[in-house]
Design a protein around this ligand. Structure first.
Ligand SMILES: Cc1cc2nc3c(=O)[nH]c(=O)nc-3n(C[C@H](O)[C@H](O)[C@H](O)COP(=O)(O)OP(=O)(O)OC[C@H]3O[C@@H](n4cnc5c(N)ncnc54)[C@H](O)[C@@H]3O)c2cc1C
Length: 300
């Protein structure tokens, strides 16, 4: 069976950056990826210095090409389904196509996934509806926008934030009431609030045109921002007995070492919260340095 110094699970910026750093440190690395990165729904990624406006596909293929320069890095386009600790203290990684691999260290960099309160949002997500104004606010600046969210705290935060890019805002709470305080605060800025349940989103090819409510109103909007909830896409940390905190996030130090020796974590999966390509890549680098140092200490 193939044995590695480190198996990296996830080929997003966190995992790719970690694999590159470990390869350059002459470690034998296997990187697994199954193309479920959450930004695959969008056409352009912004704010990654030197790569502003690149497509997620190009970003990944440039990074994969860079890994090819290091002969100790293998990239495997497979889905990992199980990770277990063996009696030998090595970790056994099993894939959906029934292959098994052994490794001394594991880096979990499997990202997060969105869940939307309205299934139809997915058709528009990444094209005219987004969740991060820092990523996509510039492209939507000064347009007639919708804020789609159900929770009052989220609505208040997202509306204030997006107001920086466009002051033509309308808030849609999908049947959830808001406090008088928010009504007054938003009224003063001419931000209209619709609390009726949403019946249907209308548009073409992912481009939002209007939002129809159960009251019969159909309100024109050309895009907007949503507040999804986020989940970790697997139970690897639980399977490996990593300790979780009160928010069900995997506990780890600043460099991604979890409470289980040999298991590290990087990128958005760490806090189960959205961040950015740049932050995820930086976390991957930090985790790789920590992994490499642990291998050095154990072997020197
Ligand atoms: C619509 C949208 C637009 C965005 N725009 C921007 C932007 O403009 N700028 C910006 O900085 N950020 C943007 N982001 C955020 C950015 O995509 C994330 O911050 C970043 O991708 C997080 O990196 P990550 O490595 O933690 O996770 P991901 O990029 O999600 O990578 C995780 C990887 O793990 C792999 N994986 C998961 N489970 C398994 C498994 N079991 N086996 C094998 N592989 C597995 C997946 O295939 C995936 O490639 C956007 C996100 C979205 C949704």
């Amino acid at each position: 069976m193939n044995k590695y110094d480190c198996i990296v699970i996830g080929g997003g910026p966190a995992g790719l950056s970690a694999a590159l750093t470990l390869g350059r440190a002459r470690r034998k690395v296997a990187l697994f990826d199954n193309e479920t990165n959450r930004n695959r729904v969008t056409q352009a990624s912004h704010g990654f210095l030197t790569r502003d406006g690149i497509t997620p596909l190009q970003f990944k293929s440039i990074a994969m090409k860079e890994l090819e320069a290091y002969p100790t890095i293998s990239v495997l386009h497979q889905t990992v389904i199980v990770i277990k600790k063996e009696e030998t203290n090595l970790f056994l990684v099993q894939t959906a196509n029934n292959e098994s691999y052994l490794s001394e260290k594991i880096l979990l960099a499997t990202g997060i996934q969105e869940e939307f309160f309205l299934a139809q949002i997915r058709q528009y997500y990444g094209k005219s509806l987004f969740s991060c104004p820092y990523c996509d606010g510039w492209e939507l600046k000064e347009k007639p926008l919708a804020i789609l969210a159900e929770n009052e705290e989220h609505i208040q935060h997202m509306t204030k934030l997006v107001y920086n890019w466009s002051q033509d805002l309308m808030v849609f709470t999908n049947g959830n009431p808001l406090s008088n305080e928010i009504h007054h605060e938003f009224e003063r800025r001419k931000i209209k609030i619709y609390t009726a349940p949403i019946k249907k989103l209308h548009g073409e090819h992912g481009n939002l045109q209007s939002i129809e409510l159960t009251t019969g109103e159909n309100i024109a909007r050309s895009g907007g921002f949503v507040v999804p909830s986020f989940t970790r896409p697997n139970k690897f940390a639980e399977q490996l007995h990593c300790q979780l905190d009160e928010n069900q996030c995997i506990m780890a130090d600043g460099a991604g070492q979890t409470t289980v020796n040999g298991i590290y974590i990087a990128g958005e999966t760490k806090k189960v919260a959205p961040s950015s390509l740049m932050i995820a890549a930086a976390e991957g680098f930090k985790a790789a340095v920590s992994i490499n140092m642990d291998l050095i200490v154990e072997r020197f």
